[in-house]
Write a protein that binds this ligand. Sequence first.
Ligand SMILES: [Zn+2]
Length: 335
Amino acid sequence: MLRYWDGIVQDLIQLCYEMHQIVNIGQWSQMKLQYIDAENLFGPMTLKACVKDYGDKSEHKDVFPYEIINSKNWNEVLMKTEPFDYEDFKSLLKGCYSNTKDEFDQYLADFMIFTNRLEYLKYYNINDTEVMVKPLINLIDTFEQLNIDVLHYISIASCAYATKHYSTYFPSKFNLESDKQTYYSDFNINADYTNPNPNAKFFVLTAGYWKNKCYHYKQQDYKAGRETEKNVTADDYDYYKRLFETSVSQICSAKFTYDNPPSLDRQDNELTYSKDNCLPACVSCNIAHANRDPKIASLHIKMRQYAIKHNLPMTISDERIYKLLRECITGGLAA
Ligand SMILES: [Zn+2]
């Protein structure tokens, strides 16, 4: 089996020394196999707790006293035909018994059908994997009722995130009687959703902000191997201060405010951030616009503006808000 799958590890997400996901593409079939750490979906907990909390009580995680075997005695210990004693389950690592007396009695009952400890160990190893199947199916079924495909998401946090969005946009699917409003039913791609906050302060360019922008534009061009001698510079400050105050986004026609800061959008992507090649555009529009089909970009921009207007949940795109919220967030793979 492995032979067919030793393709390219396409995507490897690793955080804090823990492996979270590996995507493997078969070299011949181009089929994708995705390996997700089950802990992403259940949250950090032991397998025993997972089977108990997410399972249907018909199965249990079995027990095995790992610490009693080593490279020297394994053959002798495993070939014995009688079950382990309760004392054998005393863990030096944990400083206590690995399992309760009830779990030990369950072990004695399970052991009855095996000829020796090795046969039990074989069963134990397989069962340790099999007990995860029901909890996973239960989790998938639970989210399926909310039209969320668990395996499409990378973590339980991202499933929760999707549920939040889904419940906002399709409240009827969640039987939220209190919320009869179905958002986006009145969405119109030709409507004007710009500048939803009438109290937002108009953006005033400062010399420091502009200097910083120029530096980053130059870095971008430099990295892309473009000549930077015609680039905008700190000396163009007065020109751009006036331009941002008197013009609107050339992509969505929004005014520039502190909620919606300006940026320069390059018209010809082969050329640099020069005065001739750039027009002002919202930072968010500029990002949505980048290398995308203009109609799709326009839809994204309108939907974002609509979401802001109606206070709907959306991906955080403002770095200041992200930093404010980040301190209160534990874990990271939500989006
Ligand atoms: Zn815009």
